[in-house]
Design a protein around this ligand. Sequence first.
Ligand SMILES: *[C@@H]1O[C@H](CO)[C@@H](O)[C@H](O)[C@H]1NC(C)=O
Length: 323
Amino acid sequence: MASEKRNISDIESTVNSVSHFILLSFSSSREIQMVYFVIFSVIYMLILMGNAFIVCAVFWDRHLHIPMYILLGNFSFLEICYVTTTVPNMLANFLSETKTITFVGCFVQFYFFFSFGCDEGFYLCIMAFDRYLAICRPLHYPTIMPAHFCIGLVIFGWSCGFVLFLIPVVLISQLSYCGPNIIDHFICDPVPLIFLSCSKTHTTKFIYSTFNTIFMVGTFIFILMSYALVINSVLRIPSTAGKHKAFSTCASHLAVVILFFGSVMMMYVRPGAEQPVGFQKVVTLFYSIITPLINPLIYSLRNKDMKAALRKLLLTKMTFPKI
Ligand SMILES: *[C@@H]1O[C@H](CO)[C@@H](O)[C@H](O)[C@H]1NC(C)=O
């Protein structure tokens, strides 16, 4: 009886014995870690620069103060926040000997990364909806999309992920972790976290994957429907050149959407399904780094007004210290 009691108290004392996690990242020799460090630093700088250009262009150019560009500017700023939740930590990790992250730090990263990611999904929806209104309902566009509605959408896009993602973060951080504490990934991802837990995780897995499925399938279908309606009305444009241009814009937007949602769905619709860790890391690279890198190119360099604004920005703002 006494020993049983002691066992129980032993178990209780080990329940949250994990005070930190170890993020293995892309483990390899020191030299290769340095190469990774350089490559990811360059990519990070490119992401910051590309998106910051768009934010500044929208901010400074009054021609761009219309819903489409206000949404795009906010989306680019969101991308900066999104990559900043993971990449600086990842870079520090390449240089670190121990590769540790505190328990709280891990969940803070998880919460912010996925909340911003969720916001990205909403922004892609809002931007698709905006295109649908502008192209399919051009006469009603000014009445449906007045300034205060646009501001409402902007606030909705920023806050929704933060509210929704409280659910999985609270659920997963309530699980007990009694070791091991090694995460074979470069971010604090919920999938390996759930696998590390020593609690019963069936319910958590079920709720988490249902949550993800509803969110991702819902937003993805919304976006596809918006673009389907856009393409449908583009088909009625009489001029071939206009048709061609509208088509190529839609196709490039859809490519981004499919890249982002495709990789996210592969990871999170069935988090119970065990995929090889190497595969998980590559898929995660797609939505955490590659989409923020190519989004500015796709959304702005294919666009005449945006290119003009960027050129103006480069000529006026960047060259002012004339000697
Ligand atoms: C984001 O949206 C707000 C509200 O509409 C707008 O005032 C602001 O300029 C936008 N930010 C950027 C960087 O475009």
